[in-house]
Design a binder for this molecule. Structure first.
Ligand SMILES: Nc1ncnc2c1ncn2[C@@H]1O[C@H](COP(=O)(O)OP(=O)(O)OP(=O)(O)O)[C@@H](O)[C@H]1O
Ligand SMILES: [Mg+2]
Length: 357
């Protein structure tokens, strides 16, 4: 962590994950130059809890008090902040509906939305974006040319309220609240000509996104993450969780025994990816997924890209969330190694404009 003091054009990106909080502070400038990294801070939840309580849900008071501690530690004075909503606390659907004028989208969408959202529309905040690129199959089918495709987004109102309260308790101004798919796209999908999969593997959850022409075309999440890898090691070798975590981070898949134990768990993620790829190909027969971009803490697992290349036959690389950010030379190396875990917070802080929540 390092820091200089913030001013009016500084933005905070705050990612509250299962394992902890990641904060990025960027300074935007009007000269057209890339925003500059001012500060980065992480705090873990588990290290701050007694052993026996490590599995329980963290309350909003605990989140706020850790967040305040992190802001203090980073000497962060900026209050403008954007928070992310985890994939598992939101719903993303891709709706094909009759083509209507812009002014009538909301009304038409409200009629369709309940089919796609498993909770009452009264309980959610809705958002949408017209994607409007009919798939090749739809273009071939003359009847579907009068349809439009809309990305529909829903976040439960109580989740929105939770983030509002956390921001308020921490003395922050909540400027944006974004479902984590969008900041991931902003920081990682930098080549808009490509069709890619972004795979964020956190501690508990995997977020799988399909991106084409710079916009989101598919989203799925599954409850498998890096902590499952640690648990398998701890159980199979009969070592403590802490020792297993160390083994995972130090050796990764380069160690034969570790690799044999972890490959089946990672295999579940790979099988899910294959399903997502097959659904996408089925709808877009002439399009290829050209690359897999890995993100989240587990992207740091040694040997993970090779495993994905072998099993999927698709070019796989660890994402670089810093490509749109100016970073001082002396911390570049450090961030190259650990920086991909900041993809969501970087993406949040990159958004300059404020949106209505
Ligand atoms: N070098 C590494 N090798 C392997 N695993 C790692 C490494 N560094 C971190 N991890 C793992 O990454 C996970 C944390 O990732 P991340 O910070 O993206 O999760 P999170 O955002 O808190 O969780 P989630 O997204 O599931 O809510 C942990 O399981 C951790 O053990
Ligand atoms: Mg995460």
């Amino acid at each position: 962590m390092w820091g200089i003091f913030g001013g009016g054009n500084h933005n905070l990106g705050i990612d509250i994950g299962t394992s902890g909080i990641k904060i990025i502070e960027l300074e935007h400038n009007s000269s057209g130059k890339p925003p500059r990294l001012i500060n980065y801070v992480t705090v873990g939840f588990r290290e701050n809890l007694p052993q026996k309580e490590r599995e329980r849900r963290i309350t909003k008071n605990e989140v706020a008090s850790l967040l305040k501690a992190a802001l203090r530690e980073g000497k962060i004075r900026t209050t403008n902040s954007s928070f992310s909503v985890p994939a598992f606390s939101s719903f993303i659907s891709f709706v094909t509906m009759p083509r209507v004028d812009k002014e009538n989208i909301k009304q038409s969408l409200l009629m369709e939305a309940q089919k796609f959202i498993p909770v009452s529309l009264e309980e959610v905040v809705l958002g949408w974006e017209v994607i409007d690129e009919p798939s090749e199959k739809e273009i071939a089918n003359i009847r579907d040319q009068n349809k439009m495709k809309v990305l529909l987004l829903a976040v439960p109102k109580d989740i929105v309220a939770r983030y509002r309260e956390i921001a308020q308790m921490s003395g922050l101004k909540l400027k944006n609240l974004e479902v984590e798919a969008f900041p991931l796209l902003r920081s990682l999908a930098t080549d808009i000509k490509k069709t890619s999969i972004i795979l964020d593997i956190g501690s508990r959850v995997c977020n799988i996104l399909v991106v084409s022409n710079g916009s989101l075309r598919g989203a799925r999440n599954i409850g498998v993450g890096g902590d499952d890898l640690t648990e398998v090691l701890a159980r199979s070798i009969d070592i403590t969780y802490e020792r297993a975590d160390e083994l995972k981070r130090n050796e990764g898949l380069l160690n034969k025994q570790v690799s044999e134990l972890l490959t089946p768990v990672l295999g579940n993620i790979i099988e899910e990816l294959k399903r997502v790829i097959s659904v996408y190909k089925n709808k877009n027969p002439n399009k290829e997924i050209q690359e897999v971009i890995l993100s989240g803490g587990t992207a740091g697992l040694k040997g993970i890209t090779e495993l994905f290349v072998n099993r999927l036959g698709i070019h796989t690389q660890v994402g670089d969330p810093w490509s749109k950010v100016e970073v001082d030379e002396n911390i570049k190396n450090l961030l190259r190694e650990k920086g991909v875990a900041f993809s969501i917070s970087v993406g949040l802080a990159l958004k300059k404009e404020e949106t209505e929540i």
